[in-house]
Design a protein around this ligand. Structure first.
Ligand code: MTE
Length: 301
């Protein structure tokens, strides 16, 4: 489906891949990251610094199924079997069933989408995803009258996901969107990044990307999509409902109870770069503000 929206971001805005993969290190203030220029063509590398090792560069992600430690995903995610892969699509749909990954992507034109990604922890990046609009898949399976929400679940496979042998979160990882959010053309299912297949630690083989919401809404390694008429449970809301609401829209005017959301640091912006103001709906206000008209966003955060 031809997309109905014009992106102002280009490859010139993209966070260098090495910095994207290694952002934890950057967050920790390690200047070594600046050596990323050796790998990412657009990195603003500074002289005299050794590049990080490849291992460091791919060693920092949030993927609690592999553990809560920052190196856990890279240490364990390689063991995840991502083929064969299937997604169960159920609930209020005309064509429920278990669809293979190949079947799901077969009918889709995979296109590149360069999106801002704003993490709840107040840092941001610009990432080139490869994917297709979730709306196209939902239209294909046929959303029934009365469906109001879409619920997502990640794989549960403790044999391959050592973080799941502990109850650090209640498994499976769950996320949800209102149906109109899910049908918005900005919402994609991503199968790759930086022009490559999705790395396991980033949510292979298929994950959600919702660019106007905080990063945790972008659920990884999806195995189930359900159409429902009740608001789905979501992992971080179940974990701490005071801090994480169902909507989780990027909003500089609504602070996290423990920190401000008014500004952010752009990964790769330089170690001592000043913070930049966070934009309403992460800069996608024109595309999505209408979804929340009349809602008090400090109540529905
Ligand atoms: N999805 C699952 N299944 N498990 C997770 O722990 N972490 C979330 C989100 N999706 C997470 C997940 C969080 S907190 C963030 S910030 C993003 O994935 C990180 O995605 P990235 O590592 O590709 O940037």
């Amino acid at each position: 489906m031809a997309h109905r929206w014009k992106n102002e971001l280009t490859w010139n805005d993209v966070t260098p891949k090495a910095l994207y993969l290694n952002r934890r290190q950057w967050m920790m203030g390690a200047g070594a990251l600046l050596g990323a220029g050796a790998i990412g063509g657009q990195a603003r590398a500074e002289e005299g610094l050794e590049p990080n090792s490849f291992e460091e560069i791919t060693s920092y992600n949030n993927f609690y199924e592999f553990g809560t430690g920052k190196t856990d995903p890279a240490n364990y995610a390689h063991a995840l079997t991502t083929a064969p892969w299937s997604i169960e699509i159920d609930g209020m749909v005309d064509n429920p069933g278990t669809y293979s990954f190949e079947d799901i992507v077969a009918g889709q034109t995979i296109e590149e989408r360069i999106y801002r990604l704003r993490c709840v922890e107040a840092w941001s990046m610009v990432v080139p995803w490869s994917g297709f609009e979730l709306a196209d898949l939902l239209t294909r399976v046929g959303v029934q009258e009365g469906a109001q929400y879409v619920a997502f679940e990640t794989l549960v496979r403790p044999e391959e996901m050592p973080g799941q042998r502990r109850q650090s979160l209640e498994w499976p990882y769950r996320e949800g969107l209102r149906l109109d959010e899910a049908m918005n053309p900005l919402t994609i299912l991503a199968t790759g990044l930086y022009g490559e297949p999705m790395p396991n630690q980033n949510g292979a083989p298929i994950r959600l990307v919702v660019p106007w919401k905080y990063g945790f809404k972008s659920i990884k390694s999806i195995v189930r999509i359900s159409l429902t008429d009740v608001e789905p449970q979501t992992t971080w809301n179940m974990q701490n409902s005071r801090e994480y609401g169902f909507y989780s829209n990027v909003n500089p005017n609504v602070n996290h109870p423990r920190w401000s959301q008014a500004s952010e640091r752009r990964v790769g912006g330089g170690l001592f770069s000043s913070r930049i103001p966070t934009q309403m709906f992460n800069g996608y206000e024109d595309e999505v503000a209408h979804l929340y008209e009349g809602m008090d966003l400090s109540e529905y955060f």
